[in-house]
Structures are given as C-alpha cells and as structure tokens.
Design a protein around this ligand. Structure first.
Ligand code: FA5
Length: 344
C-alpha cells in the first residue's frame, strides 16, 4: 500500500478506536487511560501518527496534515464531552448516596452557656426579685479596696504576698500608686467599698465575679472562683434581715431542700460575723461568710455608723452550683471536658 494510503488508513482506525474508547469510559480513571492512549504527548497514538506524517512525501503532506488535524480535533472534542458526562454522573451518584431520606436526621450539636455562667444569671435573677440591683467592680484592685477600707490593716495575715496574687508589673506601670501595689482581688467585698464610696445610703446591691487566691486546687477549692457579694445598708437593717434574705435566697435557689445554718465566725469587716453552711450529702459544706457591716467600714466610706447599719455576705458561686447539680469536684467546671459540660 502506498505510504499515504497506509497513513490515512491508520488515521481512520485510530479515530474510530479513540471515539469508541472515550464513549465507553465510565469513570475518570478510564477516561484518563483513553486520553493517555490516544492524545498522550509522548507516546499517544496520534503522536505516533504525527511522526509518521513527517515521513510522507512533500506533496502528500498538505492533504495528510489536514486530515490529521481534523481527526485530532474530533478526538479532543470527544474527550471534553466524555469528561462532562463522567462529571455529571459522579455528582448525581454522590448526591444520591449522601441523601437517604430513610435515615434518622443528624441533630446539630448546639452550644450552650457554661454552668457557672448560667448559675450567675440565675443568682442575679433571684436577688433581683429580692430587690438587689447588680453592681460591678474591677478584678485588678488596689490595697485600699481589697484590704484597708475593709478593716484589714497592713500587718494582717490576709495581706501576706503568699496568700494573694500581687501584680509586680502593674505596680511599676502606675507610678501614682507606688505606695499601693495592685493585686487580683481575693474577694468581691471590694465592690461593697466601691459602691458605698460613690453612692449615698441606702444601698442594696449584689456583685458577682471572679476572685483569685493561691489556694491548692482540690474537690472544693480552685485558685480562681466566683463569689456573689451582697450588701444592704439602710436605717434599721438588722441581723434578722440578713438571716431572712439568705434563707429566702436558699429556698429560691435550692427549692424546698435548701437547708442552711449559721455559725459564729470572724471577718475584719463585719461584726458580728457568721459563716453560712448548706446541707449536702448528709453533712454541711461552707457556702459563704456574712455579717453586719463593721462601723469602721461604714465610716471609711463616709457613711454615718450612728444612723446607718447594714449587712453583707459573700457566697461561693461554684459551691452553690455544685450543691444544686450534685457536682462532687469543683475542678470539673474548668477542665473543659464537653462530656461534663453537655450535662447541663
Ligand atoms: C470571704 O471571701 C468574705 N469576703 C465573705 C464575706 C463577705 C464575709 C461579706 C462577710 C461579709 P471566705 O474566704 O470564707 O470569705 O470565702 C467565701 C466563700 O467563698 C467560701 O465560703 C466558699 O464558699 C468560697 N471559697 C473560698 N475559697 C474558695 C476556693 N479556693 N475555691 C472555691 N470557693 C472558695
């Protein structure tokens, strides 16, 4: 057979085979194999024919080249069409597999508030109903508000640097306070002072927030925890009011079984002072401290102790939440273990 006839014959055969292979390709894999076989840049069948084209006689080349180009274009078009078909088939099958209307729906996992945040909201709500408004104070405090105004003199053991988180850097950053180092507040009683300094009596507030102490963490202690401070100063406020408010609070927060008891105690800023326990697990756990605001404290903020009396209390928020939900270990709140947090 003359060389041109032989070339055109092979070209026809390759075209036929390529179109058939592309039409039969069922997936991207088969398609790629067909592409390499016929259009491959190094050893594809059309590449081989292109090399054969170069060997033809000069006068045969124009016709052979034109036919070669037609075949190559047709095969490339067929490849593009086959790609589209395979792509469509793939997305149709994935869709079908992903959507099975008989399967139970997947419930999206919803986040919710941390149990301590929820407890704080609830405490504010209960105390709001008892007539207490909410006040706030800073977590970084000076010694006046954390100690001095609360009747805790410089030599008092509660001011020991080992019992507190003093901030060396913050002191240096505030030369005007050189004589008064700053610390992370160790109790929310600081807010009593701040509120009384700026508000003439009567006051009836609570303040809930974080406090910090270098306590070793155990089942009932954590170095950072929350307190709810309460303060009511007015004419004729008595210890009986303090006990009634705390009993009412316990009844609201714990329901019927909110038994609390008062034990005589001592705080430098209240006189008399009590510790308040709540019943738990056939025993008692300390819930907070309380007492009648010491006349020295009233005087330190400019209130007349002859005219006004008041009570204050400071309760451990984590302990309240533990008692309410039977959480046996305070550390659970701060492990960020979603298996625990999801229970609330
Ligand atoms: C005080 O902090 C006083 N400011 C309370 C007070 C306020 C008395 C107003 C009088 C008038 P105390 O150190 O006992 O008191 O702490 C109060 C409560 O905080 C404790 O009863 C306990 O429930 C909680 N608490 C104390 N330390 C920790 C701790 N490390 N981790 C978790 N809770 C704690």
């Amino acid at each position: 057979m003359p060389a041109l006839a032989q070339f055109l014959h092979e070209l026809d055969a390759v075209e036929h085979a390529a179109l058939a292979a592309l039409a039969a390709a069922a997936d991207a894999h088969a398609l790629e194999a067909a592409r390499v076989q016929f259009l491959g840049a190094r050893s594809g069948r059309l590449k081989e024919l292109q090399q054969a084209l170069a060997q033809l006689a000069r006068d045969e080349k124009p016709a052979a080249g034109k036919r070669f180009n037609e075949v190559k274009a047709r095969v490339e078009e067929a490849l593009a069409a086959a790609r589209q078909r395979v792509e469509q088939q793939k997305s149709a099958t994935t869709h079908e597999a992903a959507f099975d209307p008989t399967l139970p729906g997947r419930r999206p996992r919803l986040g919710h508030l941390h149990p301590i945040t929820r407890t704080i909201d609830e405490l504010k709500d209960i105390m709001g109903r008892l007539g207490f408004s909410v006040a706030d104070g800073p977590e970084v405090e000076d010694e006046w508000h954390n100690f001095e105004a609360l009747n805790i003199p410089p030599a008092h053991p509660a001011r020991d640097p080992l019992e507190n988180f003093y901030l060396a850097a913050a002191v240096a950053a505030r030369p005007d306070r050189a004589a008064s180092p700053l610390l992370l507040r160790s109790q929310t009683s600081t807010v009593q002072i701040r509120v009384m300094e700026r508000t003439p009596p009567p006051v009836r507030i609570i303040s809930v927030g974080r406090v910090y102490r270098p306590d070793t963490a155990d089942a009932t202690h954590y170095p950072m925890f929350h307190q709810m401070e309460g303060l009511w100063v007015d004419r004729h406020v008595t210890m009986a009011d303090l006990k009634s408010v705390l009993r009412l609070f316990a009844a609201c927060y714990f329901g019927g079984e909110g038994h609390i008891r008062f034990r005589p105690s001592f705080f430098p800023f209240t006189e008399p002072s009590v510790e308040v326990d709540m019943a738990w697990n056939q025993g008692w756990i300390e819930m907070g401290g309380a007492g009648m605001v010491d006349p020295h404290v009233l005087a330190a903020v400019g209130y007349d102790p002859e005219e006004y009396t008041g009570f204050a209390f400071g309760l451990g928020v984590e302990r309240l939440c533990m008692r309410r939900y039977q959480v046996e270990d305070i550390r659970e709140f701060y492990k960020n273990d979603v298996r625990f947090l999801r229970k609330f």
